[in-house]
Design a protein. Structure first.
Length: 644
């Protein structure tokens, strides 16, 4: 990771006292502070706010909730984990070069240190070590040989992460079902029915060689980049508003010179209004900038903690750190996306009263200040919060088509084309981004749905022949039929590529074939009528005659969506945030669901001009989607746009 050369020394500095950490304690946000500094911070909390045993991080304001309640603040420190990782780093940094004994130095005697006292936080010579071991008040201190620390830094960094639910218990496992770090009590009482719970030793093995560290580092960089963008934007806006303010006041002063007596009182009034307005907006921008600055600090600290953990931590420590940082990234991501609708660029505009120029005696004000807000799209917005906007209508009919078009499936390809299956006219048709038809190909059977293979070829289903056929697509959009086919063995409709396998909807079952057409597995369904399917490594989603259903790999329901306003569900799509879009053919609408199968909103209805919507698909990692209608030549292109 791209970090400054002295990042280690920065990490071991307490952000409360600005000195090297002494007995560091780590909060849930991964900021660390001296134990003594934290205790002072705890005691500064108003007495009325101490009952729930929670406090805000002095650096980023993240709330840390202790796993107890109604205990005095003097007892809070032992409930927080010691940062063995930072302690080891402090010792490592402290050992650079030859060290002298601390107690001897205070007596104006220079002796070479041979040991380090963890509790005192200073180096000791051989004589002072003996003194430490004999004094009753000091004999319980942890004294370590400097060579031992130099030779075994990883051992010093081993950590026992404390459980956030059960006080005093050590984290020893991870529950995949709940995405949660667990102690043995958690596993026994709270996660005994969970299907996938593994020990830290098992799942942390090899984490330094995996892509987990890079993934979390990339997320931290994303958070840092976006928070810095907002902070810089706020700073630039404040500067620009200051320049605009000065320009407006200069204009007012020029008018005052011409009509001094008449405008003097109005000028003072305008100054007061402008000053208050500017102060309010600047304060708002500073507060907003400060919010993102806290997140930026958290991301910067996370990067350094991750680097330290990677360099010095044991694998358990690295795993715990990455899990915490990943969750912090998710919290930052949610905050930034929720703030996206409130991040504006402001500007001032001075509008001179027209009557002023006529020098009449009826002028009551010099003018007014308009605050202009313009979206800057610094922060992304959730797709589920956006509105839909129609881009264009595509005429999908060829001159030689003998029937109305019925596009039952399609996709946006990696080459940027829209390829649709015209079931009624037995054709595949390719369109460019402006809706022009580039090519079409006649087929023997009726195509239903299409997916793109890893090599760029397209596979499409032919239900009446129970086969999967292949076509090649050139960079100019020309479609060429391949001779290779795959037998499915039963009627096949919806098709999707998952890794190297083909997932196919076959009415009353879902079949999985390998790339050579060999059957890998079959998943029976309770009801017939499944025409469309999507799957990932954890679950499979499909529509039937009454709704849309998601099941996990064991066959258990993840969700079942049924709604009287969704009749005859047909094609559906998933955006890159996991939201689902389901066509209601007989209800003439499109429902937008969350990834958990809950209705977010009805995105399109008959009032929007759609009739019998049938197939729908999203552009990869984009916001553009297509929508087809039964027995209709017109294909609609839409885009999800921000509400402002």
């Amino acid at each position: 990771m791209d970090l400054p050369a002295n990042y280690e020394k920065h990490v071991i500095v307490c952000q409360l006292c600005d000195k090297v950490l002494v007995k560091p304690k780590t909060l849930q946000c991964l900021h660390s502070f001296c134990s003594a500094c934290l205790l002072i911070h705890f005691k500064s909390i108003p007495v009325d706010n101490r009952a729930n045993c929670s406090f805000s991080c002095p650096s980023c304001r993240t709330v840390t909730k202790l796993p107890v309640s109604d205990v005095p603040v003097d007892s809070w420190l032992p409930l927080l984990p010691n940062s063995c990782l930072l302690t080891a780093l402090i010792e490592k940094v402290s050992l650079e070069g030859v060290k002298t004994c601390g107690p001897c130095s205070r007596g104006d005697v220079v002796t070479t240190a041979m040991s380090w006292c963890y509790d005192c936080g200073e180096f000791l010579c051989e004589h002072c070590v003996t003194y430490h071991q004999r004094m009753k008040v000091l004999m319980d201190h942890t004294v370590l040989n400097t060579e031992e620390i130099r030779n075994k830094p990883h051992k010093m960094a081993e950590t026992e992460e404390l459980c956030q639910t059960h006080a005093g218990k050590v984290v020893e496992a991870f529950c995949y079902d709940h995405d949660h770090l667990c102690c043995l009590d958690c596993v026994t009482y709270d996660h005994r029915k969970c299907q996938k719970v593994k020990s830290l030793d098992e799942i942390a093995c090899g984490i330094k060689e995996s892509g987990v560290i890079k993934s979390v580092a990339d997320k931290l960089k994303w958070v840092e980049d976006h928070t810095l963008a907002v902070i810089n934007s706020r700073s630039n806006t404040i500067e620009e508003l200051g320049r605009k303010q000065e320009a407006i006041l200069s204009d007012v002063a020029s008018l005052r010179d011409e009509i001094e007596t008449l405008l003097q009182q109005m000028e003072e009034k305008l100054k007061e209004e402008l000053s208050k307005m500017h102060e309010a907006i600047v304060e708002q921008l500073k507060v907003q900038s400060k919010d993102f600055e806290y997140i930026c600090k958290a991301a910067e600290n996370g990067k350094k903690i991750l680097a330290v953990s990677e360099a010095m931590g044991a694998e358990n420590e690295v795993y715990v750190t990455t899990q915490k940082l990943r969750k912090r990234c998710e919290e930052h991501d949610r905050f930034m996306k929720s703030e996206s609708s409130r991040v504006f660029d402001y500007n001032y505009e001075f509008v001179v009263n027209d009557v002023i120029n006529e020098f009449t005696r009826n002028v009551l004000s010099v003018g007014k200040i308009n605050i202009m807000r313009a979206p800057n799209n610094i922060l992304p917005a959730f797709l589920k919060d956006r509105r839909i906007e129609k881009l264009l209508e595509i005429n999908g009919k060829c001159p030689t088509d003998s029937n109305h078009c019925w596009f039952t499936g399609g996709l946006f390809t990696s080459k940027g084309f829209l390829v649709l299956a015209d079931y009624r006219n037995r054709r595949l048709k390719c369109f460019n981004e402006t809706g022009d038809m580039l090519s079409s190909i006649d087929l023997r059977g009726q195509p239903w749905d299409i997916c793109e293979l890893a090599n760029g070829e397209l596979a499409f289903t032919v239900p009446d022949e129970s086969t999967i056929c292949l076509v090649a697509l050139s960079k100019e959009g020309e479609i060429t039929l391949r001779s290779e086919t795959m037998e499915v063995g039963t009627g096949c409709h919806g098709i999707q590529l998952l890794d190297e396998a083909l997932v196919i909807a076959c009415s009353n079952e879902i079949r999985v074939l390998d790339r050579d057409g060999k059957l890998q597995s079959t998943r029976p369904l309770e009801d017939r009528g499944t025409r469309y399917v999507m799957a990932n490594r954890d679950n499979v989603v499909f529509t039937d005659k009454v709704g849309i259903t998601s099941k996990d790999l064991s066959g258990s329901h993840v969700f079942k969506y049924r709604d009287p306003d969704l009749r005859s569900p047909r094609g559906f799509a998933r955006d890159h945030e996991g939201n689902l879009y389901v066509c209601g053919m007989d209800s003439n609408n499109v429902h937008q669901l969350t990834k958990d199968g809950l209705l977010n909103k009805v995105l399109l209805t008959a009032k929007d001009g759609i009739r019998n919507p049938y197939a729908i698909g999203f552009q990869r990692e984009g916001t553009t989607l297509f929508l087809t209608q039964m027995d209709c030549d017109v294909v609609l292109l839409y885009k999800l746009v921000t509400r402002w």
